[in-house]
Design a protein around this ligand. Sequence first.
Ligand code: BGN
Length: 329
Amino acid sequence: MPKTAFKLLLLFSFSSLTFFAVLLLHLKARNVPAAVPSTAVRPNTTATPGRSGGALGPCPDVPPNLLGSLYVEFRTNRTLQDVRNLVGPFLQQGGRYRPSSCVAKQKVAVIIPFRNRYEHLTHWLYYLHPVLMRQQLDYGVYVINQDGDGVFNRAKLMNIGFVEALIEYDYDCFVFSDVDLVPIDDRNLYRCSDHPRHLSVAVDKFNFILPYATIFGGVSALSEQQFLKVNGFSNTFWGWGGEDDDMSQRISYRGMFISRPDSVTGRYKMIQHERDSHNDPNPRRVQKLRETYFNIIKDGLSTLSYTVREIRKDLLYTFVTVDVQVPAG
Ligand code: BGN
């Protein structure tokens, strides 16, 4: 090779190296300081949430910046404003986020049945937003608030959350979460699997042991197809208990299984609290569970009826207040 050509090649290699080094430094500088969600990247504010940028590649199967086990405590007095200050800069109105460096694997609506538990919601948002960001999800948080003080209906609120979230965006996965459950390991991905997934496997309240094999309460994830296949939850479990067992049976009657993370990844802390008023154990729940098979098509998404009273967009969540039409008497 002539000497000048060799020199040119050397110069070219050197400038390419410099270019990549500068590019790397630049990308690194865009990372967020560790005090805030360590790997969150500000969404591109000019883009509409949910529309993925043209040239982005898919996010990796395993999110690269997970921390593993997390320190979680609920004694601190946190305010919603504290949480807004901390994670707000990474979110768009309605508690929406999507990674800016890659196209998320799934579009996830996180649905929280709710009434009057603002303190829990504050803790939940404080811990979950950074986790969901690190998991590189394209997600939105929907708090479905039961209006009035009639008997609580957790399952119907979750059906409503499914419908209302889909009106807003083309979600393909739905994570239903109690407001008092915070994961203590961020490897527990808030994503859907081939089968409906139960995420809250090892809760401190139950000594980190699965209470029984078919349990499906707490935090669970179903894809749109899985949810439609079982006609959603029953709308007729008024008061505490059984609605999750009913879903568990729907899943098995429709030929699906419950998938779960292992009992280390699936660890949770529950915020301790008194039982809510107007949510006493449902005396009909045991009998109702004997009828699931016959009720799947008669009671669920196909028969869902409610009235939206208000939809309020907070930076941290979308708050949907609904009249669930509590039966008289
Ligand atoms: C079960 C409840 C579930 C609840 C779990 C954990 C019932 C049905 C009658 C046996 N099931 O006992 O709804 O998620 O406890 O608290 O009450």
